[in-house]
Design a protein around this ligand. Structure first.
Ligand SMILES: Nc1ncnc2c1ncn2[C@@H]1O[C@H](COP(=O)(O)OP(=O)(O)OP(=O)(O)O)[C@@H](O)[C@H]1O
Length: 295
């Protein structure tokens, strides 16, 4: 059964919507949410954690909407993995992990540290006395303390260098919790997520099996992301590409939001494309059939 599901969700701050009509199932095998800065990934994650109420649509937790769900049960089932910078700098590691445990279970700290590959001896240290990778492991140990079914991870490895990143990905892969993973890095979802959703300007532009999206993107934006993002250990992206510092056109306010950047844009793109089924995935592009054969 799907533990969490967004159904036609629109989200915003004040009266300004920034995520539009998104439907997404957190299914088995890991789900990736990919998109550039400002595309609405963190906003969606906040809604999935119950921290932001949809302007319209619903977040479903099992067969209940999030507003009706038991908050204590929800907190046990669904845990965020924050960036390591969120650790309290004054607090020793052991206490930081203990705080996440119920009082009666605080003796489990060494076991949790071991589970994430840390020496329990480190419990007496403060965050600045650990490496970035070790700090990220502490954050994961805290999230695991309550025995969650699902982890919501927001850029869990982006602050780490490539070899440490690979080790943390290995750890996440070895856990038997489900995951919703937010990143701008396709190489990370390739490893951890069976299914992916690509967001552009607050809308899903493509979703489907991650392997298919990478092998043959159907949306020009997915293709640009795939071609721009370095693979783990691969060469850096080229200057002028999506993450390479080139100037990018802002999303179009009418029609297809991607059309001002799109090499295939034509007159039909002045009409907003609907999500539709194209060869095993959902894609919002009038030209999807032209994108597929050349990738
Ligand atoms: N607290 C806030 N108040 C007002 N607007 C916000 C707030 N947080 C985010 N936004 C706006 O919502 C949009 C989506 O932001 P969001 O942080 O969800 O994107 P993101 O894809 O997670 O980006 P990043 O990868 O940089 O974290 C952006 O236009 C952003 O400026």
């Amino acid at each position: 059964m799907t533990l969490l599901r967004a159904e036609g969700v629109t989200l915003g701050y004040g009266r300004r919507p920034v995520v539009h009509d998104v439907s997404l199932d957190v299914t088995e095998g890991g789900v990736g949410l990919i998109g550039e800065s400002g595309s609405g990934k963190t906003t969606l994650a906040r809604a999935f954690l119950g921290l932001l109420t949809p302007m319209s649509g619903n977040i479903w937790y099992g067969d209940q909407t999030l507003e009706k769900a038991d908050p204590r049960k929800f907190r046990r089932d669904v845990q965020p993995v924050f960036q390591a910078e969120a650790l309290d700098p004054r607090m020793r590691i052991g206490r930081s992990v203990a705080e996440a445990l119920p009082r009666a279970a605080r003796s489990r700290v060494p076991e949790l540290l071991r589970q994430v590959g840390l020496d329990p001896e480190l419990a007496g240290r403060r965050p600045h006395e650990l490496s970035g990778g070790q700090r990220q492991r502490v954050v994961i140990a805290r999230a695991l303390a309550v025995g969650p079914r699902l982890l919501i991870l927001d850029e869990p490895t982006s602050a780490l260098d490539v070899t440490v990143q690979a080790k943390i990905l290995g750890l996440l892969e070895s856990l038997d919790t489900e995951r919703l993973l937010i990143t701008h890095n396709l190489a990370v979802v390739e490893r951890l997520c069976r299914t992916s959703y690509v967001l552009f300007a607050g809308r899903v532009v493509e979703s489907g099996p991650t392997a298919d999206l990478l092998a043959a993107p159907a949306h020009p934006y997915t293709r640009a992301l795939r071609d721009a993002v370095p693979r783990l250990g691969g060469p850096p992206p080229e200057a002028g590409s999506a993450k390479g510092g080139g100037t990018e056109a802002a999303p179009a306010a009418t029609g297809c939001a991607y059309r001002l950047r799109c090499p295939l844009a034509g007159p039909e793109c002045e009409r907003a494309p609907e999500l539709r089924d194209v060869r095993g995935r959902r894609v919002a592009c009038h030209r999807a059939e032209d994108v597929l054969p050349v990738t």
